[in-house]
Design a protein around this ligand. Structure first.
Ligand code: GSH
Length: 230
């Protein structure tokens, strides 16, 4: 079995899947997609018309899957060392799915809106949409803060919810810093940064920070307390 990941190292949704691959000790081949390159984009769009990464291909099973949550669920069907990212227990799974949806819809989406707006040409920006995105992020921080009661988002073990949360909060802390106002959420992000499965994603993406459209209101890039070397 060879798993091929179509991805970009700096993409938060790709890091969500990479974290699950690392947690499950699954080796994978990397196919970096450069959406800025017309040919690379066209080749990728032939695989997934929306041209959004990540996409996973399992050549042995003949399976090609888009959508980070669907991919992580698929990884749990593969035998490997490492723990499941999706709990078997139905109630626990429901709780994990709810967190995954909250994070994708109400952290990733507004965070990407803020970043994406900075890339728009002058005159095409959407300040009202960005204001709404910031309000949505604030609601999410407020929602999550009292729910950080264990090491990981849904209990003592890492799940899909943490794979979703770690990269989403990493970029959210950059563009709409929360750690000083929501200390439990801030401490949670630090724990994720110390977790090798996510720390590895952060290290592999470090080079691309110089291309990030930073703004004066941004915070620093979140760093692990003891930077892990790979
Ligand atoms: N719902 C998708 C979202 C994927 C997504 O939005 N990926 C971003 C990168 S983080 C992307 O491909 N952006 C490129 C674009 O929109 O052109 C998932 O969960 O995988």
């Amino acid at each position: 079995m060879t798993l091929h990941l179509y991805y970009h190292p700096f993409s938060s949704y790709c890091q969500k899947v990479m974290m699950a691959l690392h947690e499950r000790d699954l080796p994978y081949e990397r196919n970096v997609v450069d959406l800025g390159d017309e040919r690379s984009k066209a080749e990728f769009a032939a695989i997934w018309p929306y041209a959004k990464f990540p996409v996973l291909n399992d050549d042995y099973a003949g399976v090609t899957l888009p959508e980070s949550t669907v991919i992580i669920e698929y990884l749990d069907t593969l035998s490997a060392s490492g723990k499941r990212m999706t709990p078997i227990d139905a109630a626990h799974l429901r709780a994990v799915h709810l967190l995954d949806r909250v994070i994708d819809n109400y952290i990733q989406t507004p965070m990407q809106k803020i970043v994406g707006d900075r890339l728009r040409p002058e005159g095409k920006r959407d300040p009202h949409g960005v204001e709404e995105a910031r309000a949505l992020l604030e609601t999410s921080y407020r929602f999550l803060e009292p729910r950080i009661i264990q090491t990981y988002l849904s209990g003592p073990d890492v799940t899909l919810a943490d794979c979703a949360a770690a990269p989403a909060l990493f970029y959210a802390q950059k563009v709409a810093p929360f750690a000083d106002r929501y200390p439990l959420l801030g401490a949670y992000l630090e724990r994720m940064l110390d977790r090798p499965s996510f720390a590895r994603c952060v290290e592999e993406a470090r080079y691309f920070r110089e291309f990030f459209p930073s703004a004066e209101s941004d915070g620093d890039w979140p760093e692990s307390s003891g930077r892990t070397a790979f």
